[in-house]
Design a protein around this ligand. Structure first.
Ligand code: AMP
Length: 466
């Protein structure tokens, strides 16, 4: 099937050809005709499936008769509203709207919290046909009367499950009350909890159900690896892996916001250009971190699950789980950042004994076991002969007081081929000491004492999720 078969207008076919897309992804093949028929949609799909184009392309098609170049705001009322849980996702969806709509005279803008309102207000007052927004900031604009939603024909709720997780349900209800009841509604969610079903029942009329497996199912294109490592050794192993595998772009996941900056700073001290993204950083800091990472100024981006949600980085080769997530679904979201668009990727998890239970849950969800390596396996010559025999896979009953490697002989010096000694307490490597000066490092995270701690922690401008 081609995009021409989907009967999209030529302007849109040109835009997708400009992007190099040759054929629609499965969700696009299903969603585009249904949206063009003005049906409501309940879509079960995650990022990485091509769902953004799946709703953006038909939406632009349906709105194309309204395209006009009049300067009058009255000629550009909001006709499509796309709600997303995070600013990063909002920005990305807005970029997609602009990319796919570049040959059409339709206006679009994006509004989200954490940045000044006046430029957003100005764009809204000038009039836009397509508005991408996070719920809280949209309501702020409604309250200030900078936007009216009475002519919305199409509503999209993207990553609805995450919106509910983040407590946006009351805001969503308020927004629904401002929209015409006669409208087309599309709801996308990676999971279908009872709450999502309830919301769908309230807002969708005989929806077409669309369910697609990930285009790049994790098991297919992503190479999963687990390193068994004691928690205090994780940081040294992480730095070692990044250096010895010559990783140029790696997304590193931790669970807690406070650990993001800490780990990024430690990596910088190890001579690895690193930056961090989490919800306590200001919008400007988050955008800076993301662009440093995307444009190659930062090798490692340390992120929390929420902050990384929706981040789209083409051809990201490595994801490292510095800590496993508490829910196995988050593992799938995390590794969904790699192995995209047909590229292969590697997902490496550093697993300490207390995380074995989480690993068992992840393997259950993936319906496969993940190959394990012990940290010593990074020693190419000696690791194999000394490695103890593997223990059974289900180690969830291993008492925490008896770590799995307790029976190993007392540590002999364990030096890898590049001189990394696993038996020593952590110290920055010598090469790290002579690494590039601060000016070459990403602006957001610098070695200790070069900026006030409060600024490093994002504490000067901590914000809520709006
Ligand atoms: P999404 O699931 O919307 O986040 O899209 C994931 C990635 O797939 C994005 O980088 C898109 O640019 C890309 N993409 C979307 N549709 C296609 C397509 N038909 N062919 C190739 N890549 C696509």
């Amino acid at each position: 099937m081609s995009f021409a078969d989907l009967k999209l207008i030529p302007e849109l076919q040109r835009a997708v050809a400009d992007e190099g897309y040759t054929e629609p992804t499965p969700i696009q093949a299903k969603a585009i005709p249904a949206v063009l028929e003005r049906r409501d949609i309940m879509g079960c799909a995650q990022t990485g499936t091509g769902k953004t184009a799946g709703f953006t392309l038909p939406l632009l098609h349906l709105l194309s008769p309204y395209a006009n170049s009049s300067p009058s705001p009255a000629r550009h009322p909001v006709r499509a509203l796309i709600l997303t849980p995070t600013r990063e996702l909002a920005a990305q969806v807005s970029d997609s709207v602009k990319t796919y709509g570049k040959h059409l005279k339709l206006r679009s803008t994006v509004v989200y919290g954490g940045v000044d309102m006046p430029p957003q207000t100005k764009a809204l007052r000038e009039g836009v046909e397509i508005l991408v927004a996070t719920p809280g900031r949209l309501l702020d604009h409604v309250q200030q009367k900078s936007v009216a939603l009475g002519q919305v024909e199409i509503l999209v709720l993207d990553e609805a499950d995450r919106m509910l997780d983040m407590g946006f349900l009351p805001d969503i209800r308020r927004i629904l009350a401002l929209l015409p009841t006669q409208r087309q509604s599309l709801l996308f969610s990676a999971t279908f909890s009872d709450d999502i079903k309830k919301l769908a029942n309230q807002m969708l009329r005989s929806p077409t159900l669309i369910e697609v497996a990930r285009r790049n199912a994790p098991a297919d294109l992503v190479d999963h690896q687990v390193y068994d490592v004691q928690a205090p050794r994780k940081r040294a192993l992480l730095a070692h892996l990044i250096r010895s595998r010559d990783m140029k772009q790696v997304l590193v996941f931790v669970r807690m916001k406070r650990d993001c900056n800490k780990l990024a700073r430690e990596l910088v001290r190890d001579g690895i250009n690193a930056t961090a993204i989490h919800s306590d950083r200001t919008q400007a800091e988050r955008e800076q971190a993301l662009s440093d990472f995307k444009e190659g100024r930062a090798t490692a981006l340390v992120a929390t699950d929420i902050a990384a949600r929706g981040i789209d980085i083409a051809e990201l080769p490595f994801v490292i789980n510095y800590e496993l997530p508490y829910t196995p679904e988050d593992y799938v979201h995390r590794i969904g950042r790699t192995g995209r668009a047909g590229m292969t990727g590697e997902a490496i998890s550093l697993v300490s004994p207390d995380e074995n239970r989480l690993l068992v849950e992840i393997e259950k969800l993936l319906k496969r076991s993940i190959p394990r390596k012990s940290a010593e396996e990074t020693e190419p010559d000696r690791g194999r002969e000394r490695r103890p025999r593997r223990e059974p896979r289900d180690e969830s009953h291993t008492p925490e007081s008896a770590p799995r490697h307790a029976h190993r002989p007392p540590a002999q010096p364990r030096v890898s081929s590049d001189g990394f000694d696993f038996s020593k307490p952590y110290q920055p490597s010598e090469s790290a000491a002579g690494r590039p000066p601060a000016a070459e490092k990403p602006a957001s995270i610098r070695p200790r004492n070069s900026r006030p701690t409060a600024a490093l922690l994002g504490g000067l401008a901590a914000r809520d999720k709006k």
